[in-house]
Design a protein around this ligand. Structure first.
Ligand SMILES: NC(=O)c1ccc[n+]([C@@H]2O[C@H](COP(=O)([O-])OP(=O)(O)OC[C@H]3O[C@@H](n4cnc5c(N)ncnc54)[C@H](O)[C@@H]3O)[C@@H](O)[C@H]2O)c1
Length: 331
């Protein structure tokens, strides 16, 4: 399966209009959340006034939202060869991609990420889905959008904490896949340059392994523990930002990598220092770790008695499919 093209543009509206003309899409629907409808959709008004608006936030990333979207698409008379534009952060592109993948057995979609997290990671790679109650991304599909259109024009209205939490995925990508990217982040290179390198890096690893059976699993660094942390807080109705959960997950998994001699203390510290410098995130407390451990065993990637990790073995290089027993996991 071919992974969707990345298109970087100064004006997303102009780029989308030209692309739709070129591809012959004349029926276009937008999926927004309440914030992206207010802050991002206005530049696309001329392209289509058919907009589906869903409530913002991770707690709405549930199956019932798919039904809502399908009802709107039916009311619009949407057909397989019409285009759904997912305009938003990772929540909108995950939900919208999923809806597109099952609506009449698959309609075309485009992702236009509006958060830094979406631009660097979430909108790219074709993993779609929703949470099942507190279980993250338990229901979903692999479905490639026709294109991912990235324009940093939308970042101006993004709240600081949303911007800040996105560093987690960019540091993760550098730490486990691309030493050059890691160095660019350490050296405070231009955001546009970091973003482009990160997005292309993700796209190339996805292209090697679209269905997440091997190399793509490197992107799970920080996510085994991070997802359990995120699930724990979803479970008690205090959702935390995905990026913060991933940062906490990376800090913990770096301890595991160090304690089990996958990574030198020097390199683990270098990654931990960058996470803490960029994001001001502290390692999880022992009370949190107790709760997270319980959920780790419910994670879909783990089998009975072992937990599976992807860990860096040097900066820019990683190993996936590392299985550990409970007693081997020390943070
Ligand atoms: N599919 C994947 O490969 C993948 C990868 C990483 C993360 N994810 C998923 O992505 C989600 C997190 O994504 P996110 O961090 O983008 O969160 P998000 O989509 O919830 O967006 C964060 C907040 O910012 C608001 N917002 C978005 N764009 C805005 C803008 N331009 N101006 C003002 N406000 C704006 C949103 O309404 C929301 O309140 C999680 O559900 C995670 O599981 C998916």
């Amino acid at each position: 399966m071919q992974v969707s093209n990345l298109l970087f543009a100064k004006s997303a509206a102009n780029a989308l209009q030209s692309w739709c003309n070129e591809k012959g899409f004349d029926s276009v629907y937008f999926l927004c959340d309440t914030n992206t409808y207010q802050y991002c959709y206005p530049v696309f008004k001329e392209i289509s006034d058919k907009v589906i608006v869903i409530p913002s936030g991770e707690t709405n990333k549930q199956l019932r939202m798919i039904e809502t979207i399908v009802e709107h698409l039916v009311a619009f008379g949407a057909k397989q060869n019409h285009l759904l534009v997912n305009l938003g952060g990772g929540v909108v592109t995950d939900i919208g991609g999923f809806a597109a993948s099952i609506y009449r057995r698959g309609m075309k979609c485009v992702n236009i990420p509006t958060t830094l997290m979406g631009m660097a990671d979430a909108a790219i790679g074709g993993k779609t889905g929703v949470d099942h109650q507190h279980l993250k991304n338990y229901i979903g599909t692999f479905y490639q959008p026709e294109m991912v259109l990235i324009s940093t024009e939308f970042l101006a209205t993004l709240p600081y904490e949303e911007f800040n939490s996105a560093w987690a995925e960019m540091i993760k990508t550098g730490a486990i896949l691309d030493a050059g990217l890691f160095k660019m982040i350490e050296e405070d290179a231009l955001l546009d340059d970091i973003l482009k390198r990160c997005a292309e890096c993700k796209q190339s690893v996805v292209q090697m392994d679209v269905y997440d059976r091997s190399h793509r699993q490197l992107l799970n660094f920080g996510h085994t523990i991070g997802h359990a942390y995120e699930s724990h807080y979803l479970n008690i109705a205090q959702p935390v930002k995905h990026g913060i959960a991933v940062a906490k997950g990376m800090l913990a998994e770096l301890e595991i990598a160090k304690n089990s001699a996958y990574l030198t203390e020097l390199e683990a510290t270098r990654i931990q220092v960058l996470i803490q410098a960029k994001m001001s995130v502290e390692p999880m407390t022992s009370e949190e770790w107790t709760e997270v451990k319980k959920l780790l065993w419910a994670d879909k990637k783990n089998t009975g008695t072992e937990i599976t990790f992807s860990l860096p073995v040097a900066i820019g290089k990683g190993k996936f499919g590392i299985k550990m027993k409970e007693e081997e996991i020390k943070i």
